[in-house]
Design a protein around this ligand. Structure first.
Ligand code: PMP
Length: 411
């Protein structure tokens, strides 16, 4: 297939206002936006409104939301409990030059849910939480090097994004033995090993228990801090993926759902490490100022979100996620297309391994039928999604021509 696909033609027909927006926005914003991962060809649809699991775009198309802003909106748009909490905080004040009550509340909630958290520190994003994790790990160990897994994403920092960064090494994600060997080889220089228990941006790929176990054991022996990035994986269990895997990291990074749809990041962990941020006993070893640190609106939204994310809610989400992945496997098994379905709990991804170019056609094809996933083929469930929405998602896939049952498909 060359040139424009039928899915793109249809997408263009449905989204003329988004195209006009894009052409105008490019005059003022590089690429028409401020978030690299949101771009997809021919132009990204402009999203105007969200309500529960439904989104409306600028052209008035209605979409079922299987993205949840890349796993942020675990309860969908406009949950009344979250909105109420935010409204109350907006009226009380959006930011202060002093500590606020919502901060203590969310800190306590997090420390109660996640046993590895003695102390936490709030930032504005997952990226910033990673930045502070790296700083504090360096200060604590007196070492500079950071290790991270192949294809991992920990935020837009040079240390974690540049594969050739002099202060970072990359270890395999799918090979525990090799990963441990690389960590051991640089053990004396390493401050921290960063790892996502479930790789999010790379395509919802859960680590094996053995992989995380071996990293835990090795880092402990070498005096290297093990940092779990639970920005995406926290929703897997009440106490995060670390509860699911039964592994205790030294530090954990949180983001996305933790702010209930508002900007928030968290770094937490061992008291002796986190104490380096403490300014109450003299100048801190790791100063961490920031005008919006621990923003009370985000904290209020986050606390309301976590309160709603009970063990029962997580179990229901996970059951639905298990069923969806099973149905997706079944659906793709009946086509000629070799496809891998990955994920854990309420996280899933569709990998057309044989024809990766189909990833984009699937994304646009779903969009045309009123279903939104991430352009990279990953998706997440929210508590606002029910059986009916899942049935519509599967039906949308079934009606795509290139996903016709085996024997009849034409690529
Ligand atoms: N870590 C992981 C695993 C992420 O998926 C992301 C965001 N996609 C980040 C860190 C960075 O978080 P933020 O976008 O809030 O800076």
């Amino acid at each position: 297939m060359s040139g424009i696909t039928p899915e793109e033609l249809e997408y263009r027909r449905r989204t003329p206002a988004s195209e006009r927006f894009f052409l105008e926005a490019r005059r003022y914003l590089p690429g028409g936006d401020s978030r690299s991962t949101l771009f997809y060809p021919p132009y990204p649809a402009v999203l105007a409104r969200g309500d529960g699991c439904r989104i409306t775009d600028l052209d008035g198309n209605e979409l079922l939301d299987f993205s949840g802003n890349h796993s942020v909106l675990v309860h969908g748009y406009g949950h009344p409990v979250v909105l109420d909490a935010v409204r109350r905080q907006l009226e009380a004040g959006t930011c202060f030059s002093g500590p606020t009550e919502p901060q203590l509340r969310l800190a306590r909630m997090l420390c109660e849910r996640v046993p590895s958290l003695d102390l936490v520190r709030f930032t504005n994003s997952g990226t910033e939480a990673t930045l502070q994790a790296i700083r504090v790990a360096r200060a604590f160990t007196g070492r500079r090097l950071i290790a991270r897994a192949q294809a991992a994403y920990h935020g837009s920092l040079e240390t974690t994004m540049d594969p050739a960064h002099p202060d970072a090494i990359v270890i395999p994600f799918d090979d525990a033995e090799q990963a441990v060997r690389r960590v051991e080889a640089r053990g004396r220089e390493l401050a921290a090993v960063l790892v996502e228990p479930v790789q999010g941006s790379a395509g919802m790929i859960p680590a094996t228990r053995e992989y995380l176990d071996r990293l835990r054991e090795t880092t402990r022996q070498l005096g290297v801090l093990l940092v779990f990035d639970e920005v995406v994986s926290f929703r897997i269990a009440w106490g995060g993926a670390q509860e699911f895997y039964g592994i205790t990291p030294d530090l954990t990074i949180f983001g996305k759902l933790i702010g209930g749809g508002f900007p928030l990041g968290v770094l937490g962990g061992r008291a002796d490490v986190m104490a380096l941020f403490d300014p109450s006993r003299g100048p801190p070893a790791v100063p961490h100022p920031g005008s919006y640190n621990a923003n009370p609106v985000s904290l209020a939204a986050g606390a309301a979100t976590l309160e709603l994310l009970t063990r029962e809610a997580i179990e229901a989400l996970n059951r639905r996620g298990d069923a969806l992945r099973e149905q997706l496997r079944d659906l793709f098994d009946h086509t000629d297309l070799r496809t891998r379905i990955t994920g854990l709990g309420s996280l899933f991804a569709i990998h057309p391994t044989e024809h990766p170019e189909l990833r984009h056609r699937i994304f646009l094809g779903l969009y045309n039928q009123g279903v939104l996933i991430d352009p990279r083929g990953v998706g997440t469930l929210s508590t606002a999604i029910g059986e009916e929405e899942i049935a519509r998602f599967l039906e949308a896939l079934r009606t795509m021509q290139f996903l016709a049952p085996a024997g009849s498909s034409a690529l």
